[in-house]
Write a protein of this length. Structure first.
Length: 209
């Protein structure tokens, strides 16, 4: 059975994940050998149920406990995988996904203190064991990420309102994940200009094509 490619993008808020994802889809659209143009998706979201869960987990007016937060993200992910992601990959499509399981491992597993392995187990069920072909980790200091968020000029969501220690824990967890899986996770300096980040990202996925 033919299969596509799943490329995920990870990093702190403000690292430029969305900008890179859009650039990758544009550049990879010129590549041949797959059944259709690359598909850009985001997490949580991508399908109706997951988008509704996104509204819940990001709403600053709600109180969401750490376990509930982890389970909500996993539920949104499960629906995306079943309804859209798996069918696309079976159709031999390339999918660029803005966040995936590594986000939960860093945010809920490490920063929320639930334990990386506990959150990994939840998400193994949610995804049916689906693993990205390549993950691009955008490395940025928590301070720079916060400054970029402020420059956007919009109200921070529920998670973006957390303190510096929270984001420092996430950054550290991402580094540990990258050290554990160097073949899958490629780290890119996100404090460079966006064109340089895109160039390095394209080099990091070149072998998938």
């Amino acid at each position: 059975m033919a299969s596509g490619r799943l490329i995920t993008i990870e990093g702190l808020d403000g690292a430029g994940k969305t900008t890179l994802a859009e650039g990758l889809v544009r550049e990879l659209g010129a590549r041949s050998g797959f059944a259709g143009p690359p598909k850009l998706l985001r997490e949580p979201g991508g399908v109706e149920l997951s988008e509704r869960i996104r509204e819940l987990v990001k709403d600053p007016a709600l109180t969401v406990g750490a376990r509930a937060e982890a389970l909500l993200y996993a539920a949104a992910r499960a629906q995306l995988v079943e309804e859209l992601l798996t069918p696309l990959l079976k159709q031999d499509r390339v999918v660029v996904l803005d966040r995936f399981v590594d986000s939960s491992l860093a945010y809920q597993g490490a920063a929320r203190g639930l334990g990386v392995e506990a959150v990994r187990a939840i998400n193994a069920l949610a995804t049916g064991g689906l693993t990205p072909d390549r993950t691009l980790l955008l490395r940025i200091s928590p301070l720079t990420g916060r400054e970029r968020q402020t420059e956007r000029g919009r109200e921070p969501d529920r998670l973006e309102r957390e303190g510096n220690d929270f984001f420092a824990a996430i950054a550290s967890a991402y580094e540990e994940l990258a050290r554990a899986e160097p073949a899958r996770i490629r780290t890119i300096d996100a404090e460079q200009a966006p064109p340089a980040v895109l160039t390095q990202a394209l080099a990091a996925v070149e072998d998938l094509f």
